[in-house]
Design a protein around this ligand. Structure first.
Ligand SMILES: C[S@@+](CC[C@H](N)C(=O)[O-])C[C@H]1O[C@@H](n2cnc3c(N)ncnc32)[C@H](O)[C@@H]1O
Length: 343
């Protein structure tokens, strides 16, 4: 079902036309999947992206996408009227797992390109996504955009914990809980190799470098204890995956018990990474969405990506807002004296 009501651009006469979208930092175009799921019809979709693997995925799934390259080179004068501007600028400088260089980090600084293009392009609606960050960085973004973000967890719309901030110039509400469980999206396949695991009810774990003593206790400051790759199994909700990142070993599945298990690689401890299909499902992407790229590239692309269930919900919020605005325009129109009196 299409939602052409969204497209009127404030003018009743325009109802029925399709929208033009400008997507900055488009990645693998999860935004485009969400537009399709929300039934919003797109005329032209301009994607600003520089990663060749991400572009390959987008073009394989949406061949009509118009790739326009580096965001710093995007000029409003080269574009037609844009109804919707969307983007999730690189987050490495903001992220708690990064070095927190915030706006000094050349990648995080790209946020200001989003601000520049709001001013230049003047879209009717816009949406910006980013990771949860220190309040002071969040405040800088909010000041520039003139709105506060809404914090939402994709555990409501997917089998993944993925907490993100969303700034928009339309009203955002919290989605209903769709109750999707991790075991619903896991493939029932045996993994090839020594860390083969069949079955679904597995513990979630991370593999990370740790100094551990023989009892498995952390000895972070004792330099005599060598760092080994430790399989760390935490007692967290098994119904939801940990947040996908761009590093596969941050989210593995294991039959090992809760606790820290040193030397995961050398001891060939039983664990497995998510498959490509599982990563796509955790992002609510079609199973074959990343067919064009390798598993490693899929890890990066999905770790960077938007969780499509949540973005679809946000576009549904936009459709509802648009419908409210339409109603107001029509009501105002009906209250014009000449309409009321029929003169
Ligand atoms: C956090 S990811 C956004 C992913 C996207 N929302 C998706 O759903 O796949 C940020 C993206 O910005 C891209 N990027 C980095 N520098 C860029 C630039 N100068 N111009 C355009 N895109 C850039 C990166 O390649 C990366 O794909």
């Amino acid at each position: 079902m299409s939602n052409n009501i969204f497209l009127s651009g404030g003018k009743i006469a325009d109802v029925g036309s399709k929208i033009n979208v400008l997507s900055l930092f488009d990645g693998i175009s999860c935004g485009q999947v969400a537009l399709e799921k929300a039934g919003i019809e797109v005329d032209k979709y301009f994607a600003s992206e520089i990663d060749k693997h991400a572009i390959k995925v987008t073009q394989a799934n949406y061949p009509n996408t118009i790739q326009i390259g580096d965001v710093t080179k995007v000029k409003a004068n080269d574009l037609p009227n844009i109804n919707l501007l969307i983007g999730g600028s690189p987050c490495q400088g903001f992220s708690f797992s990064g070095k927190q260089l915030n706006f000094v980090d050349p990648r995080s600084k790209l946020f200001f390109e989003f601000v520049r293009l709001i001013k230049e392009v003047k879209p009717k609606y816009w949406l910006l996504e980013n990771v949860v960050m220190k309040q002071e960085y969040q405040d800088v973004i909010s000041q520039h955009l003139g709105v506060e973000p809404v914090k939402l967890n994709s555990d409501l719309t997917s089998a993944q914990n993925r907490v993100r901030l969303y700034w928009a110039n339309f009203e955002i509400t919290e989605p209903n809980n769709q109750g999707i469980k991790l075991e619903d999206v896991l493939e029932d396949t045996e993994m090839i190799g020594p860390s083969a695991i069949r079955g679904r009810r597995l513990n979630k774990a991370t593999i990370l470098g740790r100094r551990l003593d023989e009892r498995g206790k952390r000895q972070d400051y004792d330099k005599t204890v060598p760092i080994t790759q430790c399989l760390e199994v935490r007692a967290t909700n098994r119904d939801k995956s940990n947040c996908l990142t761009t590093v596969a070993k941050n989210t593995v599945l294991t039959t090992m018990s809760i606790g820290r298990h040193p030397d995961a690689f050398n001891k060939k401890l039983p664990y497995r990474n998510y498959t490509k299909i599982e990563r796509c499902r955790l992002m609510n992407l079609p199973d074959n969405y990343c067919n064009e790229i390798s598993l490693n590239q899929t890890v990066k692309a999905t770790g960077n990506g938007w969780e499509v269930g949540m973005i679809t919900h946000l576009f549904n919020c936009l459709i509802r807002q648009r419908a409210r605005e339409e109603k107001n325009i029509i009501t105002d129109y009906m209250h014009e004296p000449s309409i009321k009196t029929g003169t």
